[in-house]
Design a protein. Structure first.
Lengths: 186, 636
């Protein structure tokens, strides 16, 4: 029976969504400094290091609470993950693998970028061209992020936000690939 | 109680309750133990005023074990039975061990490689436990009492198997591990608390056998590790090996074209195991001389009584080790990228580990950051000092106002093997711990009733390139058509960086789980057996010690629970209060008996009986933390 009480208390904590846990309004644009402060305060309270000399039950609980805090922080500080989470709260699942909804223009752009990346190692000055490519991709990312902010925070059109989110997922992966290629060439 | 300490100032433990806690740097070359005494961290020296204990263990046929300086003195005369740099074998199999050029005779064994000595086959865990035991004795003598526990440092880049092996060694040495702490993080704590620095700092830690880079953000008492990188098989030892290889070729003891000159020289009989150890010791001395004087003489008398004598210039040394330096720079760059930190934005770069005394390392780091690294802290001691500070905190000795928190990360990604020998990453590297992540999988055959789960660690895409941590099976899946089962696999990494995995089929509720005792780890039986054999003589002492530990634990739990009831009594119903009081009385009764099992059972019952109370206190504490924030901090 006691076991059940314990589970109930934990469930109450788990029921808080990431925004509630960090005491932030559920919007796409967030105050990152406030997130950092909330995260640090929360961890200062629940981190397992605060419970090393406590009974096992409290230690376990601390680990679960700290895990939750880490998860919420990881999700909210990243704009793409934050958008995915906001859409999920509205019942919209973003399917990362689906290509539907990619505008032909974005598909073309995507192919061009890939070709540029593949030809980079043979370029006259790979480092410089890699930086140029990175800047171009990042500019597109910033446009998409601005678009998301408008759709979610201003227009409330979460339904239209899934497409730009998927494009951003592609861009993040592509930026990682650029980094990975740079690593190999060190 | 921790919650009291957080919410109410002035509740730090009374001096008589102070728990003896130490930090231990279990190094490849040297080990140290440090503690915080009257708020001042200090390294504990032995009776001869040595702070550094050489991490060397020597066995003889009579079963006498020498550790430290005494053992090091035997390294040349008895190289096979004198184990040097045992850390390089921790959590490693025979293939990994053989790849390193050492004189030892390895024995394959399930779990971890063993080393054949006159005193029998020794696991690296047992060898490390000898070193830890000497440090424990040193600390207990100096502090005048039994240790409450220790924080033991490990390279940040140690994988799960290596961490588990370190924990096992501590258990074997009778040390309660408060926490495994990453070495660069320990250095950052020592540096950060000492200097009061804020901002992003980079720790460059090149030890005897391992290399780590960590980027940390220091801000208002929180040490947050942003990224960690490294190479757990690169260290000062590799630079020594290069000198030996060079000397063998220069003297004609090995052919100038030999790919592995040491093995070639041993195979041809030109070099004995003792000669190799003598040359390695001389190489280290020459390397250190180069750092100070820029020029060294490499001189060794071999067992055939021929004398090897070669002048070695700094330029020559740097040429032969350039690729090693290059490897450290590469890791450094990648870690900065993981941290999304530009070299110019780092507040400070701190060098840790004896091998960072090499001028070429200092130059390479200075070149990358455009400024000289900080070298004013003793690179040999800073890790033990940081560990002692963390131990002080974890033991509950922290005074008011001296409050800080560490948020560390896992160094290597954790994943599962999927179809085709590919790795599906579940928790990416540099995730802040504790962390949990789950992913759903399905069956690929009709009527499949079991699923094999293979847990791996590493950054590569192929399972064969990663380290295997554990294998287990989820059985009893009800037969369904392929792709219909929904199997959720959950990973949980605790604050020590150790992993447990659970798999469950969601429609039927079938569950299988494993606390990852990696393929390289020791089973509880093995540990028990080792404990028994090593302490057979002192068996009665051990039993009494275990009993006393249980008694202390019971007393501690009783006091903690009573304090919690006084503070937060309103959180329990009258009936719960009565139940808890009954459990307290039972525990108190058991605590005065001499039956360790009975005490343990009472402790467990009390812990279980106060779980819900604990949960409510936690919830209340979280509520306080959140509602305590000012309104202007709630977003924009």
């Amino acid at each position: 029976m006691l076991r059940l009480f314990f589970e109930t208390a934990l469930m109450q904590l788990l029921r808080k969504n990431h925004f509630e846990l960090m005491a932030l309004p559920a919007s796409f644009r967030i105050d990152l400094a406030a997130l950092e402060t909330a995260y640090r305060e929360l961890q200062s309270t629940v981190h397992p290091d605060r419970f090393v000399n406590e009974p096992p039950a409290e230690r376990r609980f601390a680990m679960q609470a700290a895990t939750l805090a880490n998860e919420a922080w990881r999700c909210l500080r990243d704009p793409v993950q934050r958008a995915v989470y906001l859409l999920r709260l509205k019942g919209i699942e973003v399917d990362e693998t689906s290509r539907s909804g990619f505008e032909p223009g974005f598909l073309m752009q995507q192919m061009e970028w890939r070709e540029t990346l593949e030809s980079l190692p043979d370029a006259a000055d790979p480092g410089r061209e890699r930086d140029a490519l990175t800047l171009e991709v990042r500019a597109t990312r910033d446009d998409l992020l601005a678009q998301l902010e408008r759709l979610i925070d201003v227009d409330g059109r979460h339904d239209l936000a899934a497409a730009p989110v998927r494009q951003l997922m592609f861009i993040e992966r592509f930026l990682d690939q650029i980094d990975a290629q740079a690593d190999e060439s060190i | 109680m921790a919650l009291l300490q957080i919410s109410e100032p002035g509740m730090s433990p009374e001096p008589h309750q102070r728990r003896l806690a130490v930090g231990i740097d279990l190094g490849t070359t040297n080990s140290l133990v440090a503690t915080v005494r009257s708020s001042v961290p200090e390294v504990i020296e032995d009776e001869q005023r040595h702070a550094l204990l050489p991490s060397v263990v020597s066995y003889d046929a009579s079963g006498v074990v020498a550790v430290g300086h005494e053992a090091l003195a035997r390294a040349v005369s008895d190289p096979i039975n004198t184990v040097v740099s045992v850390k390089r074998f921790m959590g490693r199999g025979i293939d990994d061990a053989r790849r390193q050029q050492t004189p030892y005779e390895f024995v394959d064994s399930p779990g971890m490689v063993r080393l054949r000595t006159l005193a029998g086959d020794k696991s690296p865990v047992e060898v490390s436990a000898e070193i830890l035991g000497v440090l424990r004795d040193r600390a207990e003598r100096s502090l005048g009492g039994e240790l409450h526990g220790a924080v033991i440092t490990v390279p940040a880049y140690f994988d799960d198997a290596q961490r588990q092996a370190t924990k096992d060694a501590a258990r074997l040495a009778g040390i309660e591990v408060l926490r495994l702490l990453n070495e660069p993080t320990a250095a950052a704590i020592a540096y950060g608390l000492d200097s009061g620095a804020e901002g992003d700092i980079v720790i460059f830690d090149l030890g005897g056998g391992t290399f780590d880079v960590s980027v940390l953000r220091l801000s208002r008492g929180v040490f947050e590790v942003i990224a960690t990188g490294g190479d757990s098989a690169l260290g000062g030892d590799d630079f020594d090996l290069r000198i030996v290889e060079w000397a063998l070729k220069e003297t004609g003891l090995a052919h100038t074209d030999a790919a592995r000159p040491i093995e070639a020289a041993i195979a041809s009989g030109a070099l004995s195991a003792g000669d190799l150890r003598a040359m390695l010791i001389e190489a280290r001395r020459a390397k250190e001389a180069l750092s100070t004087y820029g020029l060294a003489n490499f001189a060794v008398r071999l067992s055939g009584s021929s004398l090897v004598r070669l002048p070695l210039s700094a330029e020559r040394f740097e040429t032969m080790t350039r690729d090693l330096i290059q490897r450290t720079v590469q890791v450094l760059k990648r870690t900065l990228r993981d941290a999304r930190l530009a070299a110019s934005d780092a507040q400070a770069v701190v060098l840790v580990g004896g091998a960072t005394r090499m001028p070429a390392i200092r130059r390479a780091v200075a070149d990358l950051f455009g400024r000289a690294p900080l070298t004013d802290i003793d690179p040999d001691r800073v890790v033990a000092i940081g560990a002692a500070m963390q131990a002080h905190l974890l033991a509950g000795n922290r005074p008011d106002g001296d409050d800080w928190l560490l948020l560390d990360v896992i160094p290597l990604s954790l994943g599962l093997e999927t179809m085709g020998g590919l790795v599906e990453r579940i928790i990416p590297r540099n995730s802040t711990i504790p962390v949990a992540r789950a992913q759903e999988f399905t069956t690929f055959r009709d009527g499949q009733t079991a699923l094999a789960i293979h847990v791996v660690q590493g950054e590569r895409d192929l399972v064969s390139d990663c380290r295997s941590l554990a294998r287990f099976e989820l059985r009893g899946i009800p037969p369904m058509s392929a792709g219909a089962a929904r199997i959720r696999v959950s990973f949980q990494v605790d604050a020590d960086g150790l992993l447990s995995v659970t798999a469950s089929e969601l429609s039927s509720g079938v569950v299988a789980s494993i606390a990852v005792r990696p393929s390289y780890g020791l089973s509880d039986d093995e540990i028990a057996q080792m404990l028994q054999s090593s302490f057979a003589a002192a068996g009665e002492d051990r039993r009494l010690r275990a009993l006393r530990e249980q008694q202390v634990e019971a007393q501690r739990l009783i006091e903690a629970t009573q304090a919690a009831l006084t503070q937060d009594g309103q959180l329990v119903s009258e009936r719960e209060h009565v139940e808890i009081e009954a459990l307290l009385a039972k525990t108190a009764q058991a605590a005065v008996s001499d039956d360790a099992d009975a005490i343990r059972h009472a402790i467990e019952a009390l812990a279980l009986g106060t779980e819900s109370f604990a949960a409510r206190r936690m919830d209340q504490a979280i509520g306080r933390a959140l509602s305590g924030r000012r309104v202007d901090q709630l977003g924009h």
